[in-house]
Structures are given as structure tokens and as C-alpha cells.
Design a binder for this molecule. Structure first.
Ligand SMILES: [Zn+2]
Length: 284
């Protein structure tokens, strides 16, 4: 299945929708991290929701969903840009047993933050408590409370795929009944269908008696965005003596990107060049 997000609208009802299906990108997201299944599942779901929310960005920039708790699963972050490239990571107590842990077991007492960072303009941040039984219900809560937008979200995933369906009332929604009617139809969607059937076929099956207008189909991909340059910038922040002693000891400094696990090696010459460039920048 290609990694896509499909946007559509029920014009006569004033209700919009999105269907996201991810496969390659979630495999890349989880690859080599060896997350316990309960945490991998949650990361998959957060990835699907991040893309559902990013699609509505009307500017260049980045959207970040962050779940923070004081439990064994400490932090889970997914970031996406306006081109629908995303990355994510979970930090958790690696000694703990996550077998059979539910969403509430992982996130009880925690908080979800949604941060929007436009390239130009003001940063926006919204919060919602992680006090529902599912992640989808927490995000619905966020929209219903903070944004006053009636929203329903359905999420399905397995260990290598993740899908999400969103229905949202527009300001000109016809009636509550029309929203309830579409929700009733959407409730019939099964994980098996969502994870195996092409979006356009799925939508025409689900809403075959309704007038659905396709808006846009966009490709989604895993994109970390790390680079040798960015890594070198962060290495250069260490004290000079520390950098020198690390290079003397091993002949190089190795840094691993915590998101994509790519490794970057820097030798004395790399650092010297970097310092020279930085020096030039500060002089001018
Ligand atoms: Zn990376």
C-alpha cells in the first residue's frame, strides 16, 4: 500500500474528512529501534494523527505532537513538515515490562502537546490531558474543547502499517444529524479493511450513498532531516577540551541521530573547519 493521505468533503453536509494510510514510512520509523509492541503501536498511531493534522497546515513549517508522562513511557514525539515528511521517537524505561499494557497504562496522568512552528510567524502550542482510554479520544477532546470543532478520529494499526480516518464539522455544517449519520457509517470500518483496501475504494464503500468530493491525494514519507552539518553544529557546542580529548582517544567523534539512528563521524579536521567557518561568521 502506498503511503498517502486522502482529503475529501461532503459538500451538502459541510463536513470534511481525511484518510491516511502508512506502511513504508512506519516501517522506517520503527526500524532498528526495537520498541516493545505496546510502544510501537502508540508511535504508529501518533504518526497517523500527526499526518492527519499536518495536512491542514496552510503554511511552510513543522507540526509536533508530544506525549509526556511520568510513567515508564516517558516521552513520545512525532514531527512532520508541510511536505508530509515525518519522523518520531519514543523514550521509555527499557527495563520495564510492557506486555499487555493499554494506552491508559502507558500514558496515565500525562499530557499531549501540539506545537505548530511556521517558518515565518508565531509559534502555537495547545495542550490536552491524556485521560481517555484511547489516543484517538484524546485528540478528539483537543478539537472539541480547544478548537470547538466537532471531530471524530478512528485509528487502526498493526506492527507494520498504520491508518487513520478523520471526520470534522466545518463552520457551515448542515446539522448534528448529518455528522451523526456519517459517524454511524464510519463506525462500520474495520481494521482489516482500513489496512488493506485502497483509500478511494474504501471511501466509496463506506459512504456509497453520500456525495463525497475528492479534494487532494498527497504522498507521505519518512523524513528525518538530520545532516552532517546539523550534527557538527551540536558537537561544536561541547567544551573544546572535551572535544579534543575525545578525538585524541578515538581519532574521531561519533554521533548517532536518535530519530533515524544514522551515524556521523567527525575528525579533528572537520571540527577545525567548522570552527573556522563559525569564527568567520562571528567576525562579520
Ligand atoms: Zn536522523
Amino acid at each position: 500500500m502506498p503511503d498517502n493521505i486522502h482529503r475529501f468533503i461532503f459538500d451538502s453536509f459541510g463536513i470534511r474528512g481525511e484518510l491516511v494510510q502508512l506502511e513504508d514510512s512506519v516501517q522506517r520509523l520503527l526500524q532498528s529501534h526495537q520498541y516493545p509492541p505496546a510502544i510501537a503501536d502508540l508511535l504508529n498511531q501518533v504518526a497517523a494523527v500527526t499526518i492527519l493534522l499536518t495536512t491542514t497546515l496552510k503554511f511552510e513549517g513543522r507540526l509536533t505532537l508530544q506525549l509526556q508522562t511520568s510513567n515508564k513511557m516517558k516521552l513520545l514525539v512525532v514531527q512532520a513538515n508541510h511536505k508530509l515528511g515525518y519522523r518520531g521517537i519514543a523514550r521509555y524505561d527499557k527495563q520495564a515490562d510492557y506486555n499487555g499494557m493499554s494506552f491508559s497504562d502507558l500514558t496515565k496522568g500525562g499530557q499531549l502537546s501540539i506545537t505548530i512552528e511556521p517558518k515565518k510567524g508565531k509559534r502555537y502550542q495547545g495542550y490536552v490531558a491524556l485521560d481517555k482510554d484511547t489516543f484517538a479520544a484524546c485528540v478528539e477532546d483537543y478539537f472539541n474543547l480547544s478548537e470547538q470543532l466537532k471531530t471524530r478520529i478512528w485509528l487502526f494499526n498493526n506492527d507494520s502499517q498504520s491508518c487513520g480516518l478523520l471526520l470534522q464539522a466545518l463552520p457551515d455544517m448542515l446539522s448534528q444529524d448529518s455528522f451523526d449519520h456519517l459517524v454511524y457509517l464510519a463506525e462500520t470500518l474495520t481494521a482489516e479493511e482500513c489496512l488493506s483496501i485502497d483509500a478511494s475504494v474504501l471511501l466509496s464503500r463506506l459512504f456509497h450513498q453520500e456525495e463525497v468530493r475528492d479534494l487532494q491525494l498527497d504522498e507521505v514519507k519518512f523524513h528525518c532531516g538530520c545532516s552532517k552539518k546539523k550534527m557538527l553544529d551540536s558537537v561544536a557546542l561541547f567544551p573544546v577540551e572535551e572535544i579534543q580529548s575525545m578525538i585524541e582517544e578515538k581519532g574521531k567523534i561519533t554521533v548517532k541521530c536518535e530519530f533515524c539512528l544514522n551515524q556521523f563521524n567527525f575528525n579533528a579536521l572537520d571540527l577545525k573547519r567548522h570552527q573556522a567557518i563559525q569564527g568567520n561568521k562571528t567576525q562579520h
